[in-house]
Design a protein around this ligand. Structure first.
Ligand code: SF4
Length: 432
């Protein structure tokens, strides 16, 4: 067996663990939310953006119930519902859309960035939203920029909506010429509190010119070009990564910043890229890392030895499996993911114990049968599977919570462990 590389060691292509492990590929019925779900966290992140879903009543219900009702502020999302008349092709959809956008922008002058978000209905798929967004941009420039992407359940799962949204942002940015000063782009929506913590760490390490994608305000957009580097903060950004590379930015490869170990390795990869000495890195990170390890130790005794099954849902599953096994001593029965991006997950795969069962895609009945046969101590899955599994006496964790909760970085390591420990504690109480 090849031992996993010591954490923090910069490696172009890490080998070991599950680097070359076989993957069970399934293409059957799958149980995941569509990409519209991303609006739930993205509308909070980009503070002067608005997400206008072009869709059906089903889309409106999904967004409204997933995002909840904002009591103190007007929501920054809505659905332009296509009615029977539109679907029958009687109404001119371009005119309808122009009218809705015009009305929206008149009523909400604070909007600076508007996303037209596509959905499933066949009449929506036929609309050229990209062209509509370009037309709207021309109409409302310079006050509002209008972009488009698809959140359709036919094309995207749960977290891919963010990937599609960020791709549209990157494609709209200016091209930069090669500059002397290398910028770091941190790609992937992080809770503001996490972003601020990383911002402080970068400043203490001496990494200047850091930008986060998505940006908090529409105007915070700078050019991206050759000479810039980027690092992924979320593992579901395949298209965004491609768009950044098309602009000339180069990816810094690292495990994802989950847990004390993952965060250290992620920061270390950045520090190496910017030529920061090991001594200075240790000085800046040592106390934070120690606190994170202490926070994790409290949960390790609860989780160590527990058998965990991860259904494919958020695409966070591989880094989570690495965190659960390496930092909390859990045994991974199966780690499923909707898509396995081998390059982006190379460091996490190398740190997974050899022999871990991996699956990509889903055939939900078969996977449920494997899960029921294995009787894991904890099953991480989507909302649709959790209740039926609980009814069978299984202990579950909703994977959507792992996307909505701040979990990255040193300060959140204990909170992340707590998310897995809580259902185990609840089950233990029920069994007393
Ligand atoms: S985009 Fe498709 S899957 Fe998502 S809510 Fe609308 S109709 Fe349903």
């Amino acid at each position: 067996m090849n031992a996993p590389a010591p954490i923090g060691t910069a490696q172009a292509t890490p080998i070991g663990g599950c680097s070359t492990a076989p993957v069970l590929r399934e293409r059957g019925q799958h149980e995941v939310f569509c990409g519209l779900t991303g609006i739930v966290w993205l509308h909070r992140k980009i503070q002067d953006a608005f997400f206008l879903v072009v869709g059906s009543r089903t889309c409106a219900h999904l967004i409204q119930s997933a995002a909840g009702v904002m009591i103190f502020a007007e929501p920054r999302f809505a659905t332009a519902i296509l009615d029977e008349r539109d679907l029958a092709g009687i109404a001119d959809i371009d005119d309808e859309l122009d009218r809705v956008v015009q009305k929206l922008l008149e009523r909400r002058p604070e909007i600076k960035l508007l996303f037209l978000v596509g959905s499933c209905p066949s009449e929506v798929i036929k609309i050229d939203l990209k062209r509509a967004a370009e037309r709207q941009s021309r109409l409302h420039t310079p006050r509002v920029r209008v972009l488009s992407y698809s959140g359709s359940g036919i094309e995207t799962t749960f977290t891919q909506g963010e990937d599609a949204c960020l791709t549209s942002i990157v494609q709209s940015l200016q091209h930069a010429v090669i500059s002397e000063t290398k910028s770091l782009i941190v790609a992937g929506a992080l809770a503001d509190v996490v972003e601020d913590q990383f911002g402080r760490l970068f400043a203490e390490l001496g990494v200047a010119n850091v930008r986060f994608l998505p940006m908090r305000r529409a105007a915070d957009t700078l050019a991206i070009g050759p000479g810039d580097v980027y690092i992924l903060a979320q593992p579901f950004l395949g298209d965004t990564a491609r768009a950044l590379e098309e602009r000339g930015a180069r990816r810094i490869a690292a495990p994802f910043p989950l847990g004390a170990e993952g965060t250290t390795a992620w920061l270390r990869a950045i520090a190496d890229e910017f030529g920061i000495s090991r001594a200075h890195f240790d000085k800046v990170t040592a106390a934070r890392r120690r606190r994170a390890e202490q926070a994790l130790a409290r949960y390790r005794e609860k989780i160590a030895g527990k058998r965990v099954f991860l259904f494919p849902d958020s695409q966070l599953e591989i880094p989570l499996a690495r965190f659960l096994s390496r930092e909390l001593g859990a045994t991974i029965v199966e780690a499923g993911t909707p898509y396995l991006h081998r390059d982006h997950l190379a460091h996490d795969l190398a740190l997974l114990p050899e022999g871990t069962a991996l699956s990509e895609g889903q055939d939900v009945d078969r996977q449920l049968a494997r899960c029921m046969a294995a009787r894991p101590d904890l099953t991480v899955c989507g909302l649709g599977l959790a209740n039926p599994l609980e009814a069978q006496g299984m202990t579950t964790k909703w994977s959507i919570e792992l996307v909505f909760t701040p979990i990255q970085g040193y300060e959140q390591a204990g909170d992340l462990a707590e998310l897995f420990a809580r259902p185990l504690t609840r089950r233990a109480r029920l069994e007393v």
